[in-house]
Design a protein around this ligand. Structure first.
Ligand SMILES: [Zn+2]
Length: 72
């Protein structure tokens, strides 16, 4: 079974324990799912995280608006 080491908990885990990430070289995130979740939780508890969340929600809203306009 192919495994990958998580950059956070340093454990080797099967590839399905990693979220896909097109930006990374192997196409998978550096962190395993539980670690990724923790990182996001910690991040969204910070000021920057809260701001980023708001931005993301706003972007999503705009994208939805644009998508509904395109539909014929
Ligand atoms: Zn991990």
């Amino acid at each position: 079974m192919t495994t990958k080491r998580c950059s956070r908990c340093r454990n080797r885990k099967p590839l399905e324990q990693f979220v896909k990430n097109n930006k990374s070289r192997d196409g998978l995130n550096h962190y395993c799912r539980p670690c990724k979740r923790k990182i996001m939780q910690e991040y969204f508890a910070t000021k920057e995280g809260i701001a980023a969340k708001k931005r993301m929600a706003e972007n999503l809203r705009l994208r939805r608006k644009a998508a509904s306009k395109k539909r014929k």
